[in-house]
Design a protein around this ligand. Structure first.
Ligand code: KG4
Ligand code: ZN
Length: 356
């Protein structure tokens, strides 16, 4: 059995967790998050400078809390993990330097974790989770990707957004409607009372140079512009803004696009299992639609548990535990951070010398 202390500081949530694996199951011993959302909401989005400063202030307190709550001691842990890519470089550095310092002082291994592998591993915190091969729909504030995980846990990206990520589209449309940051929960809240069929917004396709469309790719910037134009038109007609209907119609088309393209991809790949992870996976309309449409096609769906959809350290711990226990992966203490790094190359985070 191993116990891992994991840290997450890639964006606007500072988080620490303690996880262990007993009898092949992941057990969450403590999980703490300090959200900075309220502070960033004043500016309508994440301010990188503020984010790194808050991580620096929050992290020591969060680490102390996970030890107090689990009644464990630093001597009980076998390794320390932190998100090292992708994300805001200054924010990543805070978690990474903290983790490497703890690892060095206690002479235990350090593991640098890919943030998307963390999101993907959030399903291992669910009661009944599938084992690969399966397809993952990863939808967050920075990414919209369809990733095939094969039987030996290798990744292959089959689809992606060519412009805004799905979460980013939620955040931008929320701003157009005068709603608070983050946009996803704010839109979901009012969309509940709206008519999802009132406005017909476009389903954004990406054309191939040789003609036709990329079947598993996404584009959300045209959708955002269509919402903007609709709002301008209603305003120029002096109409009261039907925010609930706009939110519902927008949320509905995003869910339809995500569900249709990912189910098509699972079928084309000859798979029968799809996993939904990332901040946008917390969206109730998307979860419901995915379950309904997949059951018609006899596709097995695993939804990341609600509390592990948005950024947290438990998922980073789950990813690190898998790396340590199944592959004996450890990172170099010299491994730095990187704002971008493809998930397909996440094995290199455990190379000596490190890739960055
Ligand atoms: O995974 P996450 O916490 O951070 C990134 O790695 O990006 O995702 C944050 C994103 C934000 O864009 C937020 O608006 C969106 O997830 N989000 C939602 C919901 N909750 C969070 N989008 C739609 N519906 C939600 N309930
Ligand atoms: Zn994330």
């Amino acid at each position: 059995m191993s116990i891992i202390l994991s840290l997450e500081t890639s964006c606007d949530e500072s988080a620490a967790a303690l996880v262990s694996n007993e009898k092949g199951r992941i057990e969450l011993l403590a999980n703490e998050i300090a959200s900075q959302i309220e502070e960033h909401a004043r500016w309508g989005g994440v301010v990188p400078e503020i984010a790194s400063r808050r991580h620096l202030e929050n992290l020591p307190f969060l680490i102390e809390q996970v030890f107090v709550k689990s009644k464990l001691n630093i001597k009980d842990i076998d390794a320390v993990a932190a998100t090292v890519t992708p994300g805001l470089a200054g924010s990543l550095l805070v978690g990474s330097i903290t983790a490497r310092t703890i690892a060095n002082l206690n002479q235990i291994p350090f593991l640098g974790v890919h943030h998307l592998e963390g999101h993907l591993s959030s399903i291992y915190l669910a009661e009944n989770h599938p084992t690969p091969p399966f397809l993952v729909l990863l939808v967050s504030g920075g990414h919209t990707e369809l990733i095939k995980v094969d039987a030996d846990h290798k990744y292959q990206r089959l689809g992606r957004s060519h412009d805004d990520a799905a979460g980013e589209a939620f955040d931008k449309v929320a701003r157009l409607l005068g709603l608070s940051y983050p946009g996803g929960p704010a839109i979901q809240k009012i969309a509940k009372f709206g008519d999802p069929k009132r406005f017909l917004f476009p389903k954004g396709r990406v054309s191939k140079p040789e003609g036709g469309f990329y079947p598993y790719d996404f584009s959300f910037s045209g959708l955002k512009t269509a919402v903007f134009r609709q709002i301008e038109k209603l305003k120029s007609d002096n109409q009261k803004l039907p925010s609930e209907d706009i939110a519902a119609s927008f949320e509905n088309v995003v869910a339809e696009v995500l569900v249709e393209r990912s189910l098509r991809c699972v079928i084309d790949q000859g798979l029968n299992s799809l996993v939904l992870v990332g901040g946008v996976a917390a969206n109730k309309r998307l979860r419901k639609m995915m379950l309904e449409k997949a059951s018609q096609k006899s596709i097995n769906i695993t939804l990341a548990p609600m509390e592990f959809c948005t950024d947290n350290a438990a998922m980073i711990g789950a990813a690190a535990l898998f790396r340590l226990s199944s592959k004996n992966n450890k990172s170099s203490i010299e491994l730095g951070v990187s704002a971008r790094w493809p998930l397909e190359k996440s094995d290199l985070l455990y190379d000596f010398p490190p890739p960055f």
